[in-house]
Design a protein around this ligand. Structure first.
Ligand code: NAD
Length: 500
């Protein structure tokens, strides 16, 4: 029997009534295992109404009350890591250890949210003028929404809602329709942790649900993570409706390998970061820029390692890389490799023919490695989001840097070198929001913020860390005077107030 995923509104499961739903596939078999309800505008309205009704009590509750719920949630999430990872693997396809890693990185943001009291302390200046004090405080916005992508069905929602609710907001989450189950399980755990009904709601669906969230007058802010064209649409539309918005988009992350880099460390890092999660990571390395003489040797070391990657179902402990999310996506990724030679690339490894015995219906593709890729090739220009690594050659550091900075994306970038001076130059000169020095996937820890530059992020705030707290709160400055009874009356003064 097909499993049904419904909405979670007001602290309980609510069956979809729109008459619309979508299939969820097990990528390792190609079989439809689940049907997910697609919300109508009216069902989104019900979720927003539940969140709005919950806001006065939750936003007005003490920090101690809010953080005690988050501490209990943290313990439950920790205890259910394996179960959530299994839900992710069943619908996304990534291998279990990778899914566990995603839950762990989401937990980091829950840790931060448990300590929100420190971040919300505010600032006070005393005696800014005679008997005048000034306090800067931050208050929640109200109902906020999160719209998330398929590739991290647990972690990306946890980049958003833990901080949002810790700050006193109430939340409506619209997860990816491709792997919706983890979000509902997490919402249930929050309920078990004592989160009041309506503080976190989950509506499933497609563009209809998203458009209603963008339109709804009671939604004060929108956090989005997904592809660049949709991120741009979300940013423009939500901002035009007066909402605060952060919209994280796609990526094409470069790894610059300088001639003095440790070649084995660079090859290990390139292979792990390019092919981990089958390349379906916004921080995947999809381009290696080999500087000077390192190119031929590096490509050979990458090829040796890439050929050994074990591809298979995510729930098989022997598998290192799973299938792609859908058949259509698998075919799109394969088309870049099929067209690469005609566009001037040297095809070192072609993984398009890969199949897995006993799982012939799965969305399989092997790893591909393209060398001497021209910047005009579509495999270089587009975000492929699959296990395809492009290698480009540059004569000098400057040429490599210019190439990276010409990319329309600016999510992550890495440099591999033993030269501290070169690494320092790179971190200052590269146009990307997250930089790794001998670290290929520099995803910031929970207490720093995550975000890219250029077409990888629209809006002023990165997610989580201090930026997250700022995004989910608005500032208020309170100026106070308590005159001494002995003071003479100030009298009427129509001049602009001056401090003295
Ligand atoms: P996507 O843009 O197709 O979908 C993201 C969300 O938007 C989903 O919830 C989806 O239902 C919704 N959506 C899709 N089309 C829409 C439309 N036309 N109007 C309104 N809503 C729409 O992205 P995806 O395929 O789920 O995820 C992969 C993409 O996400 C890649 O581009 C990847 O780089 C990016 N991503 C970026 C980051 C980051 O931090 N920058 C992190 C993870 C993923």
């Amino acid at each position: 029997m097909t499993k049904i995923v419904n909405h979670w509104i007001g602290g309980r499961t609510v069956e979809g009534t729109s008459g619309r739903s979508g299939p969820v596939t097990d990528p390792a078999t190609g079989e439809v295992t689940t049907e997910v309800a697609f919300a109508s505008a009216g069902e989104v309205d019900a979720a927003v109404a539940a969140a709005k009704a919950a806001f006065p009590a939750w936003g007005g509750s003490s920090l101690a009350r809010r953080t005690s719920v988050l501490f209990r949630f943290r313990a439950l999430l920790d205890a259910h890591r394996d179960e959530i990872a299994a839900l992710i693997t069943a619908e996304h396809g990534k291998v279990h250890s990778d899914a566990l890693g995603e839950v762990a990185r989401g937990l980091e943001v829950v840790d931060l949210a448990c300590g929100i009291s420190v971040q919300l302390k505010g600032e006070v200046s005393t005696e800014v003028a005679g008997r005048v004090d000034v306090a800067s405080i931050r208050q929640p916005l109200g109902v906020v929404a999160g719209i998330t992508p398929f590739n991290f069905p647990a972690m990306v929602p946890m980049w958003m809602f833990p901080l949002a609710i810790a700050c006193g907001n109430t939340f409506v989450l619209k997860p990816s329709e491709k792997d919706p189950s983890a979000a509902n399980r997490i919402a249930e755990l929050l309920g078990e942790a004592g989160l009041p009904d309506g503080v976190l709601n989950v509506v499933h669906g497609d563009r209809t649900a998203v458009d209603r969230l963008l339109d709804h007058p009671d939604v004060r802010a929108v956090s989005f993570v997904g592809s660049t064209p949709v991120a741009r649409h979300i940013h423009t539309t939500a901002a035009a409706r007066g909402k605060r918005v952060q919209a994280l988009g796609g990526a094409k992350n470069h790894m610059l390998v300088l001639p003095d880099a440790d070649p084995d460390a660079a090859a290990d890092a390139a292979v792990s970061a390019a092919y981990g999660s089958a390349g379906e990571r916004c921080m995947a390395v999809s381009v290696v820029v080999a500087v000077g003489s390192v190119g031929d040797d590096l490509v050979e070391r990458i090829r040796e390692r890439a050929e050994k990657i074990v591809i298979g179902p995510g729930d098989d402990p022997a598998s290192e890389m799973g299938p792609l999310i859908t058949r259509a996506h698998r075919d799109r990724v394969a088309s870049y490799v099929a067209g690469a030679a005609a566009e001037g690339c040297e095809v070192v490894l072609d993984g398009t023919g890969h199949t897995v015995e006993g799982h012939e219906g799965g969305h399989w593709i092997g790893v591909s490695l393209l060398d001497r890729v021209p910047t005009t090739a579509s495999a270089y220009r587009d975000e492929i989001f699959g296990p395809v690594l492009c290698v480009l050659r540059a004569e000098t550091y400057e040429e490599g840097l210019a190439l990276i900075n010409a990319s329309p994306y600016g999510n992550g970038a890495a440099v591999f070198t033993r030269d501290g001076g070169a690494a320092r130059r790179f971190q200052l000169e590269v146009e990307a929001g997250m930089v790794g020095v001998n670290v290929p996937i520099p995803v910031p820890v929970g207490y720093h913020s995550f975000g890219g530059w250029k077409d990888s992020l629209f809006g002023a705030h990165h997610v989580y860390g201090n930026d997250g707290t700022h995004f989910y709160t608005r500032g208020k400055v309170v100026t106070t005077r308590w005159p001494d009874p002995a003071d003479a009356p100030a009298g009427v003064d129509l001049g602009f107030p001056r401090n003295h």
